[in-house]
Design a protein around this ligand. Structure first.
Ligand SMILES: Nc1ncnc2c1ncn2[C@@H]1O[C@H](COP(=O)(O)OP(=O)(O)O)[C@@H](O)[C@H]1O
Ligand SMILES: [Mg+2]
Length: 508
């Protein structure tokens, strides 16, 4: 296909045909590129030039299927691979008009690159199999058109986070576990160029003057870049992958993250307009749970969501989505979460959903919750339901409100009905560990009551934790009347009963 030569052998021979005279690729000789085909191409590759005979050992035989791509690039062949790729890349950058390329759509640009790469390969008499050529072409297209070595990771759906700690260390999180990959960047300059390309899309720059930047990929993935001199060992890039197909409550039940009865209780909580805080650590599944809960909101309710980066995917028709804005380069134009939540209240919301509560907006959310916007929800970072309550309190205090702490606590009690705690356990599994009610005050103390908990029982031979979800025997939670009002009391009673008697160990 595409005029490729069949495999002749695996050795790369010196070029018998003299290549056209090509100057080494200085960065300045590259035409200014706009859009995507820019910065990465500008970084000169450590190439030994086109004329030099390449006598390195062959590339690894075949490309593994997509899932296995990162490990397929093992370090044994990487030096020679990078050399061949470097030579071809340099020749390509010489031959191609990057500004023209930027005007093409991805598919045509790829075809264009494919043609030129094939030509270079045949001129230079580099011998490689079709599979090797395909891999090389993918790699080069990723460098020119996309995010370079990150592309195979971005293409994988099973990865939750990508963590790049300088050019040669890349970790990913798969199935709740962090693991190192063999992906590497040519050097820190290439990595920084890719970071630059990512943040350019939102009109920002990362450099010594502004070394910290939050951005987003076109697919919605959240990105944080922190560059030298703050990051000592090279640019550090963290990507929280955006999942198009968000997990549903049924899937969480299937994974054992919550038992079927627990799932039913969550459905009732989402439907009967209880005010909910979802608490958990980083990556514990808070946003996922929040998204699940929102599915049970009635179609006719007017919902306003406030997020730092739009992640929630509400299914209802009547939704207004709001997003905060960081300050621009001059430090102006910032719109905070607090601004959004305050503004929300003037938008006649029925429910307010705050992606992540981390600051003084806690006060406004609580106010919304106890002034007729029942069923409002938010997530926050805390390790237990009790800690969630004290976090809310300190967020309000740190926001500059000089209210006595008893008043703040009373406000919390009057606003929050339920706290759902999510946790990522040490075996990588994510679980709902508590569904806890806020009962009221006793003296100065907020009283809570666990309704449903996850109990750890032990560990199997493979290190997987064994445990079970169970109700604590509370037959009538405080939101019972609310559930009854919305016609959910039978479902709630049945789920609570079943959770009490069954006590089945959870799967996996
Ligand atoms: N119960 C679960 N089982 C498996 N994966 C999950 C579960 N909950 C969340 N995830 C995955 O974990 C990652 C982090 O989830 P997210 O909800 O964004 O966490 P948080 O908001 O707490 O930082 C996502 O990729 C998500 O798909
Ligand atoms: Mg989140």
């Amino acid at each position: 296909m595409f005029g490729k030569r069949p495999t002749i052998g695996t050795e790369v021979r010196p070029a018998p045909v003299p290549p056209p005279p090509v100057a080494p690729p200085p960065a300045a000789s590259v035409p200014p590129a706009n859009g995507k085909a820019g910065d990465v191409g500008l970084a000169p590759l450590p190439s030994d030039g086109l004329g030099a005979p390449i006598t390195s050992p062959p590339l690894a035989p075949t490309r593994s299927p997509k899932q296995a791509v990162p490990s397929a690039r093992d370090s044994r062949r990487s030096e020679s691979y990078y050399e061949v790729k470097g030579a071809i890349f340099s020749a390509l950058i010489e031959a191609i008009d990057l500004s023209q390329l930027a005007r093409l759509d991805a598919e045509s640009a790829r075809e264009e690159i494919r043609d030129i790469v094939n030509e270079i390969i045949s001129i230079k008499s580099i011998v490689m199999s079709i599979a090797e050529q395909e891999e090389l072409l993918d790699d080069i297209c990723n460098d020119v058109l996309g995010y370079g070595p990150l592309e195979p990771l971005l293409a994988r759906d099973d990865i939750a986070d990508i963590m790049v700690n300088g050019a040669s260390t890349v970790y990913i999180e798969v199935a709740g576990k962090i693991q190192q990959t063999n992906i590497r960047f040519r050097d820190n300059q290439q990595l920084l160029n890719i970071c630059q390309r990512i943040v350019n899309q939102i009109g920002r720059r990362v450099d010594e003057a502004s070394p910290i930047c939050d951005a987003r990929l076109p697919d919605g993935s959240r990105v944080n870049v922190i560059a030298p001199p703050l990051a000592i060992d090279g640019p550090s890039l963290t990507i929280r992958k955006f999942k198009k197909d968000k997990l549903t409550l049924d899937q969480l039940v299937k994974f054992g993250s919550v038992s079927p009865e627990g799932g039913e209780i969550l459905r009732v909580i989402g439907h009967c307009r209880a005010n909910v805080l979802i608490s958990g650590g980083t990556g514990s599944g808070k946003t996922t749970l929040l998204n699940c809960l929102t599915r049970y909101i009635e179609e006719e309710e007017r919902i306003i969501t406030c997020e730092d980066a739009a992640e929630l995917q509400l299914q209802q028709p009547h939704v207004v989505r709001l997003e905060t804005r960081p300050p621009n380069l001059e430090g102006e134009g910032q719109v905070t979460m607090r601004d959004l939540v305050k503004n929300c209240l003037r938008m006649r919301p029925e429910r307010i959903i705050v992606g992540e509560v981390r600051g003084p907006e806690a006060f406004d959310l609580l106010q919304a919750m106890n002034t007729g916007h029942d069923g409002s929800m938010g997530t926050l970072h805390a390790n237990t339901p009790r800690e969630a309550l004290s976090r809310i309190e300190s967020m309000i205090t740190m926001g500059g409100y000089t209210l006595p702490s008893k008043t703040i606590r009373e406000m919390i009690c009057a606003s929050v009905d339920v706290i759902v705690q999510a946790s990522r356990l040490r075996d990588g599994s994510r679980r709902v560990t508590h569904i806890t009610e806020v009962m009221g005050m006793e003296g100065d103390v907020i009283i809570t009551q666990d309704l449903f908990v996850y109990e750890m029982l032990g560990e199997d031979a493979n290190g997987k934790l064994i445990g079970r979800h169970r109700s604590t025997g509370i037959g009538r939670p405080r939101f019972w009347d609310r559930a009854r009002y919305y016609g959910d009391e039978q479902r709630l009673a049945a789920a609570l009963d079943a959770a009490e008697v069954q006590n089945e160990p959870t799967r996996n």
